[in-house]
Design a protein around this ligand. Sequence first.
Ligand SMILES: [Zn+2]
Length: 76
Amino acid sequence: MAEPKKRHSSTRSGNRRSHLAVKAQSLATCPQCKKPVLSHHVCANCGFYNGKDVLELEKKQAEKEARRKEAEKTNE
Ligand SMILES: [Zn+2]
């Protein structure tokens, strides 16, 4: 098998690893609810993207509530 001719110095390894540090996420502010959001991502808090309610969280919550009430009725 091929072997490296010489070992790399710790300086060379350190120079290579100088670019490996994890950087802090840069966050934008949601124009709808003013919470911090990742840019170009749907807001997890209000479900808005580009001024539109794309996740329809309130509608889904209402549907879930209706289903839960229906299940309670059938159990009684
Ligand atoms: Zn939001």
